[in-house]
Design a protein around this ligand. Structure first.
Ligand code: 5GP
Length: 197
């Protein structure tokens, strides 16, 4: 009996806490077991502390569009003001070789991936409240007021999308949220129809 590789989609409005959850999921121990983060391409500017190839591959608009034409992406969308895309080859690699690949994508990306990879596990991370979401976005301090406003308005809209996801985790306290995500992944992978013979 063998369990195939897993695609795990983590979505949330910005400020929902998915970046911290993804980081915690990719502990050294789990990395040794073949857990990986799917590094997307984006046309947005690199933020302080980000490294090309770690959080994202930062590419120009021209390069991004070229990759779209070459069908390099499993999905790609404009999110907020920039383009983002998930490279197809990392997903297919995990499905073939086993392991777990974590995707941090927006709700449109999640829907596109679910369509193409019906076995993907998709989890929506909600902040405890709209008030807390606004607080977290402000605290991050990485955006200008205008960018913040766009993000907050989008985030409120995105929060309503959780019903499209089979699993929802409320991120009140990080460690508890991470444990819940791990439980979801574990139960999903133990489903009888997820065992290859
Ligand atoms: P940020 O610019 O704050 O890193 O990400 C902005 C939004 O883009 C987040 O909601 C994030 O989940 C989403 N995102 C990041 N990479 C991808 C991707 O490859 N595809 C899609 N559809 N969304 C992405």
């Amino acid at each position: 009996f063998e369990k195939p590789g897993k695609i795990v989609i983590i979505s949330s409005p910005s400020g929902g806490g998915k970046t911290s959850i993804c980081k915690a999921l990719l502990s050294p121990a789990r990395k040794r077991q073949g857990w990986r983060f799917s590094v997307s391409c984006t046309t947005r500017q690199k933020r302080n502390g980000e490294k090309n190839g770690r959080e994202y591959f930062f590419v120009t608009e021209t390069e991004f569009d070229k990759r779209v034409r070459e069908k390099y992406f499993a999905e790609h969308f404009k999110v907020h003001l920039y383009k983002y895309g998930t490279p197809r080859k990392t997903l297919d690699g995990v499905i073939k070789k086993g392991g777990v690949i974590i995707l941090d994508v927006d709700v449109q990306g999640a829907a596109a991936i679910r369509k193409e990879y019906p076995d993907a596990i998709s989890i929506f991370v909600l902040p405890p409240s709209v008030r807390e979401l606004r607080k977290r976005l402000r605290r991050r301090g990485t955006e200008t007021n205008e960018q913040l406003r766009v993000r907050f308005e989008n985030a409120k809209k995105e929060m309503k999308e959780y019903k499209k996801f089979p699993y929802t985790v409320i991120n009140k306290e990080l460690q508890r949220a991470v444990d819940q995500v791990l439980d979801v992944i574990m139960s999903h992978s133990c489903r009888t129809d997820n065992i290859k013979k």
